[in-house]
Design a binder for this molecule. Structure first.
Ligand code: ADP
Ligand code: MN
Ligand code: MN
Ligand code: MN
Length: 364
């Protein structure tokens, strides 16, 4: 047993307390928000004496921004504005997960509150009903931040058998993936699928298609649920874009996108026009596609391991080495959607989807 294993508790003991009958008029609400790193998720719980059915039913709350990299000690009070609610898979029954936007003491959105401006952008574009489906890749870690199931002082066999792999040498940590999928369905997340990835102990789940602001809300809560499920198993989650250097795939958040025009017969014309516009704003998108304005993606978008180069924009049918991929089926149908393969796994989906809508719908 390593030193850190002393933090593990026997989950069977908890079962008794989770089964205690609670008063009918008490509901536990876990408020969730994004911290000052733009990628870390925080949460804290409060009791309400009714069951909220709309985020507006949940009171505005506050927290200490000086402990989340979001404020100095002197003006440290920050506000939580509830914006979406989900069923809580960790505390079944009436209990809720409450996603919040973070505001500073003076009611200005926190720097990492990208939702505030994304919401306005989605509002402006609502006639085109923008849909998004995001493929969230991530890597499971053991308690010493080493990829889960990898040999302690070495590497597993080279990539090849792991993508959609099965078996004791092919899939590391499936229990987490399985539990997460069901917890998402319980919560009301529109989880679309999951698969094992190319690098061992790397996995993917997809959320969508969701319209407008909903994709960002759902993806952040799906990440929250993943971190909490993994915590229960004593396993860590990394959203780093390139967790292991060398001949190991990085992790992305491919963003699939369509508008009403693209989904209708002849939609290929709207798809081509959107890609044309994206080609002129590669830098804007790279800046928006990881929380460090391209620094994280620099390690990942090398042109190797099914990625495009970070330097240049490219697009192609069925091309996994391009910035934008048009799925073969979409090309054959002449309508549908396309995939932006550039967003890093630790991207903020609000920043990503806002950039896509601004470039493709709101600028001339
Ligand atoms: P890949 O072949 O790149 O691995 P996946 O099957 O993992 O693709 O993910 C495809 C994603 O595209 C899913 O999240 C799905 O919801 C989404 N999607 C499907 N149709 C559309 C559409 N018309 N507009 C936007 N997203 C869509
Ligand atoms: Mn996929
Ligand atoms: Mn993938
Ligand atoms: Mn993809």
């Amino acid at each position: 047993m390593s030193e850190m294993d002393s933090a593990l508790t026997d989950k069977n003991v908890l079962v008794h307390y989770m089964k205690l009958p609670l008063p009918d008029d008490k509901v536990q609400c876990e408020y969730i928000w994004i911290d000052g790193t733009g990628q870390g998720i925080r949460s804290k719980c409060r009791t309400l004496d009714f069951e909220p059915t709309d985020p507006k039913d949940c009171p505005i709350w506050n927290y200490d921004g000086s402990s989340t990299y979001q404020a100095t000690g002197s003006d440290s009070d920050m506000y939580l504005h509830p914006v979406a609610i989900f069923r809580d898979p960790f505390r079944p029954g009436k209990n809720k997960l409450v996603l919040c936007e973070a505001y500073k003491y003076n009611n200005i959105p926190a720097e990492t509150n990208k939702r505030h401006s994304c919401k306005r952008t989605m509002e402006k574009a609502k006639e085109e009903h923008p849909w998004f489906g995001i493929e969230q890749e991530y890597t499971l870690l053991d308690r010493s931040n080493h990829p889960f199931g990898w040999p302690k002082n070495g590497f597993p066999g080279p990539q090849g058998p792991y993508y959609c792999g099965i078996g004791v040498t092919g899939a590391f940590g499936r229990d987490v993936v399985e539990a997460h999928y069901r917890a998402c369905l319980y919560a009301g997340i529109k989880i679309a699928g999951c698969n094992a990835e190319v690098m061992p102990s790397q996995w993917e789940f997809q959320v969508g298609p969701c319209e407008g602001i909903d994709i960002g809300d759902q993806l952040w809560v799906a990440r929250y649920i993943l971190n909490r499920v993994a915590e229960d198993f004593g396993i860590g989650v990394s959203y780093d874009a390139k967790p292991i250097t060398g001949d190991w795939n990085g992790a992305g958040a491919h963003t699939n996108y369509s508008t009403k025009s693209m989904r209708e017969p002849g939609g290929m014309k709207a798809i081509d026009e959107a890609i044309q516009k994206l080609s002129k704003h590669h830098d804007r998108h790279i800046k928006a596609y990881d929380p460090n304005e391209g620094k994280d993606n620099m390690r990942r978008l090398t042109g190797l391991h099914e990625t495009s180069s970070i330097e240049n924009f490219s697009a192609g049918v069925a091309n996994r080495k391009a910035s934008i991929r048009i799925p073969q089926q979409v090309f054959e149908d002449g309508m549908g959607y396309f995939e932006d393969r550039r967003p890093a796994s630790n991207c903020d989906p609000y920043a990503v989807t806002e950039a896509i809508v601004v470039t493709t719908l709101l600028e001339k």
